[in-house]
Write a protein that binds this ligand. Structure first.
Ligand SMILES: NC(=O)c1ccc[n+]([C@@H]2O[C@H](COP(=O)([O-])OP(=O)(O)OC[C@H]3O[C@@H](n4cnc5c(N)ncnc54)[C@H](OP(=O)(O)O)[C@@H]3O)[C@@H](O)[C@H]2O)c1
Length: 327
């Protein structure tokens, strides 16, 4: 987020990094010094970008909002709350207008999915989606990235791996149908539930039926998705390609004969969502198949959070606390 704020010349007078007590006083690149959270230190901000987990957001986002800031929260804590807009900058920016102090940044797999689906939904109305994700380990955090590299290194040197910590099983040279976690009694992971619920909320259409399987794969960064899209109106692959090519934040890479299609390793480090393998589903006359890849840490998280901050600023939606009540 800090890198993107700098890269995009976000017009902030001052940026203050907060973290846990462990990090207070630490100097970050660019000379910013980390502060701890307390009642006094959070006063006087216009915007607060949160990425500290659900429980920290649960406690501190309302406190920042009460102190006058608009919070853009990366965790899942507020996403499905009715009075909290869940916003993707290219898809539903107008939802920001109704914020009451907290705005939620969607889940990474959902983010890239809806950027690609929005133009198709506007043109032909999406009736049903079948989504299989191929999610990179960076989405789990740095410890998982280190674990994949350590396991791969050990296995290539024919040494035993240390027992997995980030996942239930070895991730190197494997595919785990278990991205996220299973709540007691639920046969879907929380990641699959997020994909289903958040897609409907962002596209503003609770009637869309979504089937989701979220898979963790040994990719360092960049989520990929195989998506079957069934529309209410007919939509040809050619028309879908045109719509996607004209959509903001989307790049179409679709020449399979030349081995041109989106790849996680190419999407990593890029801002756009990449779409290819756009083709008719031979099993249904109103369904298309797509392959989508994007950088889960950029568009899937930090970039969208910063884009929301930019939109809030451009639309004059910060600094008007008197007229709003905190969420
Ligand atoms: N698409 C998305 O929106 C997306 C994608 C990935 C992750 N996430 C979400 O983002 C959140 C963070 O993930 P991450 O991978 O960035 O985690 P992370 O690398 O562990 O970073 C968490 C940060 O929160 C700080 N923190 C933890 N507890 C705190 C507390 N009590 N008070 C103040 N600061 C505290 C940590 O401080 P220290 O540096 O002092 O430890 C650290 O800087 C999670 O909720 C995750 O689900 C969202």
């Amino acid at each position: 987020m800090l890198e993107l704020l700098r890269e995009r010349s976000f017009p902030a007078r001052e940026i203050v990094p907060f973290a846990s007590e462990r990090s207070v006083g630490r100097e970050l690149e660019g000379g910013l010094v980390v502060r701890g959270l307390d009642g006094e230190s959070i006063a006087g901000f216009d915007l607060a970008l949160f990425s500290a987990g659900g429980s920290t957001s649960g406690e501190w986002a309302p406190r920042f909002a009460d102190a006058g800031a608009v919070v853009v929260d990366n965790s899942s804590r507020w996403r499905m709350q009715d009075d909290v807009p869940l916003v993707v900058s290219e898809v539903n920016p107008d939802a920001l207008d109704s914020h009451r102090g907290i705005v939620a940044n969607p889940n990474c797999s959902t983010m890239q999915l809806v950027v690609a689906l929005k133009p198709l939904h506007d043109a032909a109305g999406i009736e049903r989606l079948v989504v299989s994700t191929y999610q990179a380990v960076s989405g789990t955090g740095k410890a998982a990235v280190d674990e994949l590299l350590d396991q791969a290194h050990a296995l290539l040197h024919e040494r035993p791996i240390v027992p997995p910590r980030s996942y239930a099983h070895q991730i190197a040279f494997n595919a785990l149908p278990h991205a996220g976690s299973f709540a007691p009694g639920d046969d879907h992971t929380d990641e699959e539930r997020k994909l289903i619920d958040e897609t409907r909320k962002i596209l503003g259409d609770p009637a869309i039926r979504v089937s989701a399987t979220c898979v963790r794969v040994p990719v360092l960064n960049g989520h990929s998705e195989a998506v079957n899209v069934q529309t209410r109106e007919p939509l040809s692959p050619e028309r879908a390609r045109e719509l996607l090519a004209a959509a903001p934040g989307v790049t179409v890479l679709d020449d399979p004969a030349a081995a041109l299609y989106p790849l996680a390793i190419d999407a990593s480090g890029q801002d756009d969502v990449f779409v290819g393998r756009i083709r008719r589903d031979p099993g249904h006359e109103r369904a298309l198949d797509l392959w989508i890849a994007a950088d889960n840490l950029r568009k899937g998280a930090a970039l969208n959070a910063v884009q929301l901050a930019e939109l809030l600023h451009e639309r004059g939606l910060i600094g008007s606390r008197e007229t709003r009540s905190a969420a």
